[in-house]
Ligand binder design. Structure first.
Ligand code: XMP
Ligand code: MG
Length: 173
């Protein structure tokens, strides 16, 4: 499999620090509950929270899209849920990539029903050309083309999550 670099490591780390500054500014004086969506966000989230200058708690959720395949179906099954109550809390959902937007849309709807004070979304990557539902992303790292993206947490059939850069698979079809 041939992988071409799309965003080099230094550029990612620089942008993550900028995102962390923006988040820290917006939540000064508050305690933020950072919710990482597994598995893809784990690398991004670990860099992001270490660059924040505000106190945070970290939680994770794991979601599965019904129907399988690479395409989101929009119906989400919760495989791992939060281990705390979120009522009255400020949440930051951390995602690796927003593609159709269906997963985040469902997740936001689910979490809003638990009455947090606020929910913001921070996505490392945005593939706007593929959007099926309108969704507001509060913090975006990079816009990417409609290619299959791997590295820095993102996988191709569970491979390549460990790459320190973001790449595209040349023959993904
Ligand atoms: P939505 O619901 O926005 O789904 O369509 C977003 C989820 O789909 C996965 N995804 C990708 N994973 N490379 C990946 O490794 C990609 O190019 C890609 N596009 C979408 C990802 O899990 C994301 O959370
Ligand atoms: Mg994901």
């Amino acid at each position: 499999m041939k992988i071409t670099t799309l965003i080099p490591e230094e550029e990612i780390l620089k942008r993550v620090k900028e995102l962390a500054c923006a988040v820290s500014d917006d939540y000064t004086g508050k305690e933020l509950l950072v919710v990482g969506v597994l598995k893809g966000s784990f690398v991004f989230m670990s860099d992001l929270v270490r660059s924040l200058s505000i106190p945070t708690r970290c939680e994770f959720m794991k979601l599965a899209s019904y129907g399988g395949g690479r395409e989101s179906s929009g119906k989400v099954r919760v495989d791992l849920d939060l281990s705390c109550e979120i009522k009255g809390k400020s949440l930051l959902i951390v995602e690796d990539i927003v593609d159709t937007g269906l997963t985040l849309n469902e997740l936001k709807r689910l979490l809003l029903s638990r009455q947090p004070e606020s929910i913001a979304i921070c996505a490392l990557l945005d593939k706007p050309s593929r959007r099926k539902v309108e969704i507001e992303i509060d913090y975006v790292g990079f816009e990417v083309p409609d290619r299959f993206i791997v590295g820095y947490g993102l996988d191709w059939d569970e491979q390549y999550r460990y790459l320190p850069y973001i790449g595209v698979i040349e023959d993904a079809g």
